[in-house]
Write a protein that binds this ligand. Structure first.
Ligand code: BEZ
Length: 390
């Protein structure tokens, strides 16, 4: 009897040892989500809004995606490209995350995308618009819930040409986001008959605008196009008005110029026209529900960054349902997203073949504390996704 018991126990142990690898290949335990976002610096508020939006949807899902409870890990990337590879490796190697969600800054996102591509880790970008992420770096496991820098820029280039302006000066930070936003604007504006007569820039995240504003005053263009965001956008709008330029030279921008910033910009932002894939006054049932839920949860109004974080969580849930809760099933994860119409507060959108949103770009005008829709600058605009070969 004792011998039989010993034999059975040994058999069970052998079976368990054999079964262990099989069991571990099944989805089990918590799904580890690594948030790599800026929590300090000029984009700190953007990172917090993205996390808020992301967590809001995960809570709506009862804390689970693909049948698995979500566990969060966080890194402050400081919008610092030189620290990006180390930071993303903290999440992948130290915390063993299954999915990366990040980030805001294009330079940091490109480093994240490189690591995600090399390691095969799922990555959902909830803001940074770097063209490379859905261009040359595109991959089965890399997705974006936001926009490409080209999209709002291109839409605004068309709109400013239609408004009859002929000579425009551009001003931005000298890095991928600024360059690509201005590039999109210039492409459409010059196609529409205008001319970009001067391209001004300063290093990110510098906000010493005075000398450049003096150059704009001297050039006397018909209008100015700009890309700034976060704390830098607040200061630029205030400095532009203080220099007396707001009265004489119309200022247009990608909508980050006035999104999440209006409290701080006050009257200096009043009337500004921008282009973006979101606005404060869409008035749809879907957006109203999102805005109410966000306001209840955080006692704050949501902005474009909160909406993009929310949609990153929606995309994760869709992908994980398609992959039956297994983040290693990347082809299934991607196939589910590729055929999805994502029910976003911005309006429904699909993903392009390179995994960037195909979406309407609204024309908005600041009125009081809101970016109000005044039209659609570009309907179902797809990024060209240049150089993507999956
Ligand atoms: C970017 O670096 O891609 C970016 C940052 C803030 C707002 C929009 C884009």
């Amino acid at each position: 009897m004792t011998k039989l018991r010993t034999t059975l126990a040994a058999g069970a142990a052998a079976l368990a040892a054999f079964a262990a690898p099989l069991a571990s290949s099944q989805p089990a335990g918590k799904l580890k989500v690594g948030l790599m976002l800026p929590y300090t610096g000029t984009f700190a508020a953007l990172g917090t809004a993205i996390e808020n939006g992301f967590r809001l949807h995960i809570e709506e899902l009862g804390g689970k995606v693909g049948g698995r409870e979500v566990e969060f890990f966080k890194v402050d990337d400081e919008s610092e490209p030189s620290k990006a590879t180390d930071n993303v490796n903290k999440l992948i190697k130290r915390d063993n995350v299954d999915v990366l969600v990040g980030t805001v800054h294009s330079g940091v996102a490109m480093a994240m995308a490189k690591v995600a591509k090399d390691t095969g880790t799922l990555l959902i970008v909830p803001n940074a618009g770097a063209g490379a992420v859905t261009g040359p770096m595109c991959a089965t496991n890399i997705f974006r819930s936001s926009f490409s820098n080209w999209q709002p820029g291109y839409a605004m280039g068309e709109a400013v040409a239609k408004r009859g302006h002929k000579n425009v000066v551009t001003i931005t930070w000298k890095y991928a986001a600024g360059d690509e936003s201005v590039g999109g604007f210039k492409e459409a504006f010059e196609k529409g008959g205008g001319k970009v007569v001067k391209e001004l820039s300063l290093p990110f995240p510098n906000v010493e605008f005075q000398a450049l504003l003096t150059e704009i005053a001297a050039a006397k263009p018909d209008a100015v196009y700009t890309f700034f965001a976060g704390g830098g956008a607040v200061k630029f709008v205030k400095d532009y008005a203080a220099a007396g330029l707001k009265k004489s030279i119309p200022l247009y921008g990608a909508g980050f110029l006035t999104d999440g910033t209006l409290e701080a910009q006050g009257a200096d932002a009043e009337g500004l026209i921008t282009s973006l894939h979101y606005a404060d006054s869409l008035g749809t049932a879907r957006d109203n529900a999102f805005r109410l839920a966000y306001a209840n949860a955080y006692k704050l109004q949501p902005d474009v960054y909160a909406m993009q974080g929310y949609d990153a969580a929606q995309m994760l849930a869709i992908g994980m349902a398609g992959a039956q809760g297994d983040p290693n099933k990347k082809a299934e994860f991607a196939a589910a997203l590729q055929k999805a119409k994502i029910d976003s507060p911005r309006g429904p959108f699909t993903l392009s073949a390179s995994h960037n949103p195909v979406q309407d770009i609204y024309l908005r005008q600041v009125s009081g504390k809101e970016n109000k829709v005044v039209g659609i600058a570009s309907k179902s605009l797809a990024d060209p996704g240049r150089g993507c070969k999956m």
